[in-house]
Design a protein around this ligand. Structure first.
Ligand SMILES: NC(=O)c1ccc[n+]([C@@H]2O[C@H](COP(=O)([O-])OP(=O)(O)OC[C@H]3O[C@@H](n4cnc5c(N)ncnc54)[C@H](O)[C@@H]3O)[C@@H](O)[C@H]2O)c1
Length: 337
């Protein structure tokens, strides 16, 4: 199988490349990545000398680059995206470009490849909006509440339309919050772990009552791989970790794991339009034979361990973090609450 992994220098994409090679067998991987702030070639350096690996620096919105990247490929997995909710509130336009126009550019090129076996569009549970009780299933109403989620919805619905209109072999995933090794330290779990390692406080939005469903990244990769093999074209699959947890509870778990107390918490003004709770019903994917293997306790312990041991990876990134997104400031003036 020859894979094109777009956004493969980011968190989940690089874990997916690692997962593919770990499966063994006859697999070749080409990564296409624009190398935005969250990308890191160190995530992929162990593959750099492989004959069956190729890296192209380029933008999924650039039709010429995309044409070159898709040559000879059997499967496209599109991870490439602008991802952060906070950044999308500040600058929605870049999200519309990559998360919609970029997906369109990939889909257009896919039409020139009638033998393409699969086009996996990685979407997100945020397209549903939030839910106070019960869980979202794939047919639930779609009510994205921030520009990131709305752009992702635009991209995935466009992908669906290409399946209906041109027969593109599209499968769409909607995963919950991922965590694990190689996550950019602006994301909440690595931000908190690395702050605590350095004896700094961690910024908790509001009272930390928001609920997230956490999915260990390797479980997500296994689900995507299964869908390459067994997914049904045109279908959407929820990929939930079934590990719901309030942000404050997650924070306390990390405090305990790193030997800290409540004085390490700094409560900050909540994000505007903050989704209260995400919850996914993933029974459709369970029927294909997937369940998450890693619970939150195990996953957090593995993740803390990885960041403790891989300071050389995160320290240079941490030094360059944009304080607007790593300190938890919100409001017109972005002043501390
Ligand atoms: N992180 C999560 O919890 C989560 C949950 C559900 C879905 N997702 C989806 O998974 C995918 C990967 O997320 P991630 O957390 O690994 O993000 P990430 O920011 O770590 O990785 C995104 C990658 O895409 C690349 N990229 C951005 N714009 C590009 C462009 N125009 N052309 C080519 N490459 C470009 C970046 O350089 C980066 O390497 C995204 O599509 C995201 O919406 C993420």
């Amino acid at each position: 199988m020859r894979y094109l992994v777009t956004g493969g220098a980011g968190f989940i994409g690089s874990n997916f490349v690692r997962f593919l090679y770990a499966q063994g067998g006859n697999v070749a991987v080409r990564v296409l990545d624009k190398m935005t702030y969250s990308a890191n070639l160190a995530n992929l350096k162990e593959f750099a000398n492989r004959q069956d690996y190729e890296f192209i620096k380029g933008d999924i919105c650039d039709a010429t680059v995309v044409k070159k990247a898709m040559q000879g490929v059997d499967v496209v997995v599109n991870f490439a995206a602008e991802v952060s909710v906070d950044r999308s509130i500040d600058d929605p336009q870049s999200f519309l470009k990559t998360d919609i126009v970029g997906v369109y550019t990939l889909l257009q090129e896919a039409r020139n490849h009638p033998n393409l076996k699969r086009f996996i569009q990685i979407s997100t549970d945020e397209v549903y909006g939030h839910i106070l009780e019960g869980s979202f299933h794939e047919a639930s109403e779609l009510k994205p509440r921030n520009p990131y989620a709305a752009s992702k919805l635009g991209g995935e619905r466009l992908a669906y339309s290409f399946f209906e209109t041109y027969g593109t072999p599209v499968v769409i995933t909607r995963a919950s919050n991922n965590y694990g090794p190689y996550a950019y330290p602006e994301k909440v779990i690595p931000l908190f772990i690395t702050n605590l390692i350095d004896g700094k406080q961690v910024p908790v939005f509001g009272q930390g009552k928001q609920v997230r469903d956490w999915l260990y990244v390797e479980d997500h990769c296994r689900a995507i791989h299964l869908l390459v093999e067994k997914g049904i074209n045109g279908e959407v699959y929820n990929v939930g970790g079934s590990q719901e947890c309030e942000n404050i509870e997650l924070t306390r778990n990390l405090l305990t794991a790193l030997g800290k107390d409540e004085s390490s918490i700094r409560y900050v003004q909540d994000r505007p339009g903050h989704d209260m709770r995400y919850s996914l019903d993933s029974s459709k994917l369970h029927k294909l034979g997937w369940t998450p293997a890693c619970d939150l306790v195990q996953g957090l312990s593995k993740t803390v361990d990885w960041y403790v041991k891989n300071e050389l990876w995160w320290r240079p990134l941490k030094e360059k973090l944009d304080p607007r997104y790593s300190k938890g400031f919100w409001g017109d003036t972005k002043k501390e609450a």
